[in-house]
Design a protein around this ligand. Structure first.
Ligand SMILES: [Zn+2]
Length: 177
């Protein structure tokens, strides 16, 4: 009987340790509509002047992602549109893996909203574009507080414009690194 109580106590302590360590840091959330390939060929129609910055931020990560420019119908696109929407940027998966509407995407469209971004700093706009590429690389929006992830809603976009350790872990999980 005492042995059983002791075993239960050990289990409870282990569970508490896991619970507290998990709660202290933001954790990436896998997004199942990212791109099949970590190499994205993109036609930059209009990226509001921050394509090169966003590309470099992702290339500086310890992941297998590559963002290269290209043209044609089979590539992803970045466009800027003046929209009366509440979002800064939007990721749309296209040419889906299963039945054309489900699963990972062969290409995507990233839209930047000029109405909300025109008067923002380059860092702010880069933060938005790096975030949208995060969706392309299978990271979901992360509602948790703090500046631990480019996928956080409440990150300071005038500061955090790079993929963090947590984001890198999420991308490497998605692409089996
Ligand atoms: Zn998002």
């Amino acid at each position: 009987m005492h042995r059983m109580i002791k075993t239960i106590c050990i289990i409870v302590v282990v569970c508490l340790l896991f619970a507290t360590s998990g709660a202290s840091a933001a954790q990436y959330i896998y997004y199942d509509s990212g791109l099949r390939s970590p190499i994205v060929v993109v036609n930059v129609i209009d990226a509001m002047g921050v394509f090169g910055i966003a590309q470099t931020k992702w290339h500086n990560t310890n992941t297998c992602v590559q963002i290269v420019q290209g043209t044609g119908n089979d590539v992803s696109t970045i466009v800027a549109e003046n929209l009366a929407s509440s979002w800064y940027g939007c990721y749309t998966p296209l040419s889906r893996e299963h039945l054309f509407f489900w699963g990972r995407a062969y290409k995507c469209k990233i839209t930047l909203n000029t109405q909300l971004l025109a008067n923002k700093s380059a860092t702010f706009r880069a933060s938005v574009l790096v975030h949208e590429f995060g969706h392309a690389f299978c990271l979901d929006d992360n509602p948790s507080s703090g500046n631990l992830s480019i996928m956080n809603y409440d990150r300071d976009r005038n500061y955090l414009s790079w993929p963090t350790t947590d984001d890198i872990a999420g991308v490497n999980y998605a692409y089996g690194e």
